[in-house]
Design a protein around this ligand. Structure first.
Ligand code: LIP
Length: 259
């Protein structure tokens, strides 16, 4: 395996950061007060997990570049880029909701090659390596085989979207056509659940790269498809994105294109 040592690091690190978060989860009542500002909330624990992850990556690969939600862009060798969200779903974490995750991805020569999403409170570790498939707790996963939107469960989050009227219009167009739309509050988990076949698609607007980089590889390696609402490939920048099992992709894109 080409990325052998990096894949060990990504697995170890996501677990270590998740365990560190668990030592504080549901321990501090004052965090619940952040619920009114959940979208912008950053807790001490986002920063704690970020410095743990950044420190370890720099120790192992001092020359690599990093892009993290908490530390921003740390320039290094442009051929290697680690993309990290140390606590994805901060609002959930603060609100004692177990759906949060640690997301780490590695890009080499502009291609995603490794990904980890770890949800410690529900003990789900998702891993993917380019060309080698996607796994949940060491068992191979794949996207669902449902091909009709009318039989589909969808996941949605508004990402960095601030225009609630746009969100309303988008949901209004999609909701009548599917069985249901669920909002989990952690993009890392939402993408991972599409990769594992628990939902047919996940769509999101103005989402930041650290929220979804790992999920892009997970869904692709799970046999699904990822694009923006007009069919262009994911790039490491803020964008509207659709993740699907491939089978409902074009019909979803048709609906979302008008957003
Ligand atoms: C969050 C996402 C969530 C989205 C939020 C936010 P954070 O990540 O995973 O799904 O709706 O806007 O970006 O900020 O908790 O890492």
């Amino acid at each position: 395996m080409l990325y052998h040592s990096a894949s060990h690091l990504i697995e170890r690190l996501s677990k270590e950061a998740g365990e560190a978060l668990m030592r504080h989860f549901r321990k501090e009542a004052h965090l619940v007060s952040l619920r009114s500002s959940a979208k912008e909330a950053i807790t001490t624990y986002d920063r704690m997990a970020d410095s743990l992850i950044v420190g370890r990556i720099k120790e192992a690969y001092p020359e690599h570049s990093l892009l993290t939600e908490e530390s921003g862009f740390l320039a290094g060798d442009p051929d290697w880029l680690w993309i990290v969200d140390s606590l994805d779903g901060t609002g959930n974490f603060a609100n004692w909701n177990p759906l949060f995750s640690v997301c780490i991805a590695l890009m080499h020569l502009n291609e995603l090659v490794l990904a980890a999403v770890y949800a410690p409170a529900i003990d789900e570790l998702y891993l993917a390596e380019k060309g080698n498939g996607a796994y949940l707790n060491n068992a191979r996963i794949s996207v669902s085989e449902v091909s009709r939107l009318g039989e589909s469960y969808l996941l949605y989050c508004e990402g960095g979207e601030r225009d609630r009227a746009r969100t309303g219009r988008t949901l209004n167009r999609v909701y009548p056509q599917a069985i249901d739309i669920r909002k989990l509050g952690s993009a890392g988990l939402e993408t991972a659940w599409v990769a594992a076949g628990r939902a047919e698609a996940y769509f999101t607007t103005s989402i930041d790269p650290w929220d979804v980089a790992a999920g892009v590889l997970l869904v692709s390696e799970g046999g699904g498809k990822v694009s923006d609402f007009r069919g262009s490939e994911w790039r490491a920048e803020r964008s509207d994105l659709l993740f699907s099992n491939g089978r409902v992709h074009s019909v979803m894109m048709e609906i979302l294109q008008e957003s």
